[in-house]
Design a protein around this ligand. Structure first.
Ligand code: KIV
Length: 371
């Protein structure tokens, strides 16, 4: 029975109608049956619009509301006053609307669209591959979720090192197209003129010293920095130079705790540590790492603390869904839309009668052909 009801069957039925060959069919389809398809589509679209304006019965709905406890927007002044008071500054990475939305709800002070998204969101081997255009797409989705947090876009390798002019034009794109509040760039004293040029253009800069992953090839890999007296002095020179150039804060990555704490104490601007111990002005972690959104066995640096098991929970949920679909338990009654019983019966009855009328019209036609 089901197999017989095809779209060509329905087309044939409307053909019968337009030829006026079956009054029964006309009656079965009702008064609107003779209307043109375009008209029918218009009617459908109008009633769909009507329905969607009331309730949105679609899985493609917006992700949700801003946090229920509104907090004041974080600005450079807020960060400075936190630093003055000795209040730790919290920063986390986000790479799309959902990861930024949850960071915003959790009350993060700063959200960084780090180029680590090359690996955690785009599956690349390292950060050197990611393009400005890709970063900007991620920045825009993060910006839509962050009304309070101070947002920073990470300028990718190759987009700022050639000249201060190149850096300024990339930074402007992160503000205008990426909708970020500030940019981050990697490098110490050698980047001071570049930081100066960007801040002179009115764009706040977060510097990044110590282990600078974009320069992993020059650093001989992802190695801890500042471990010797000379290397610690270089780090201090870098910190002072980027501060002098106008950076509002700096990320200090993979540095011994004593060195990071000592340098922090000598600076006017905050340090945001990652793998630099507890003596910095704030902390940053990559969200996928700290939330445990990765399969077991993946390498994690020593400084990462895994606060959750997003991978495990998502895997469990998807496996249960798979099992319930295969086993026919999902969707259950409560996941379906109700229809009055008499409407269902009338619909099925109408279609069955239509099929019978259609079959006898076809049989008549076959009889005529054979005589
Ligand atoms: O790209 C990134 O996520 C970063 C942070 C680790 C600071 O640079």
């Amino acid at each position: 029975m089901h197999k017989q009801v095809t779209s060509s069957f329905l087309r044939r039925s409307s053909c019968l109608l337009s030829k006026g060959s079956s009054n029964a069919t006309k009656q079965l389809l009702g008064a609107g049956a003779g209307a043109s398809l375009t008209q029918q589509h218009q009617n459908q679209a109008q009633s769909y619009q009507h329905v969607t304006m009331q309730t949105r019965q679609s899985s493609h709905s917006p992700m949700g509301l801003p946090p229920t406890t509104p907090r004041k927007k974080v600005t450079l002044n807020t960060l400075q006053s936190m630093h003055k008071k000795g209040e730790k500054i919290t920063m986390i990475t986000a790479h799309d609307f959902p990861s930024a939305h949850v960071a915003e709800h959790a009350g993060m002070d700063m959200v960084l669209v780090g180029d680590s998204l090359a690996m955690v969101a785009l599956g690349m081997e390292d950060t050197s591959e990611v393009l400005v255009e890709e970063m900007l797409l991620h920045c825009r989705s993060v910006a839509r979720a962050t009304s309070r947090a101070f947002t920073i876009g990470d300028m990718p390798m190759g987009s700022y090192e050639i000249s201060p002019q190149q850096a300024v034009s990339t930074a402007i794109r992160f503000i205008k197209e990426g909708r970020m509040s500030a940019v981050k760039l990697e490098g110490g004293a050698e980047m001071a003129p570049t930081i100066r040029a960007i801040t002179t253009a009115g764009i706040p800069v977060l510097a990044h010293i110590g282990l600078t992953p974009q320069r992993q090839n020059a650093l001989g890999g992802f190695r801890v920095q500042g471990k010797s007296k000379e290397s610690a002095k270089r780090l201090l020179r870098d910190a002072l130079a980027v501060q002098e150039a106008g950076a509002f804060a700096m990320v200090v990555e993979a540095v011994p705790q004593e060195v990071a704490s000592f340098i922090t104490g000598l600076l006017k601007v905050p340090t945001i540590g990652i793998g630099a111990g507890n003596g910095t002005s704030g902390q940053v972690l990559v969200q996928a790492d700290m939330a445990g959104n990765f399969p077991p066995g993946r390498f994690l640096p020593k400084f990462v603390k895994k606060y959750g098991d997003v991978w495990g929970e998502t895997l469990r949920a998807i496996e249960s869904y798979r099992d319930e679909v295969k086993g026919g338990q999902y969707p259950a009654e409560e996941h379906t839309y109700p229809m009055p019983k008499e409407e269902v019966e009338a619909f099925v009855g109408d279609v069955r009668r239509l099929m019978r009328a259609n079959a006898s019209a076809e049989a008549e036609g076959d009889g005529e052909k054979s005589t």
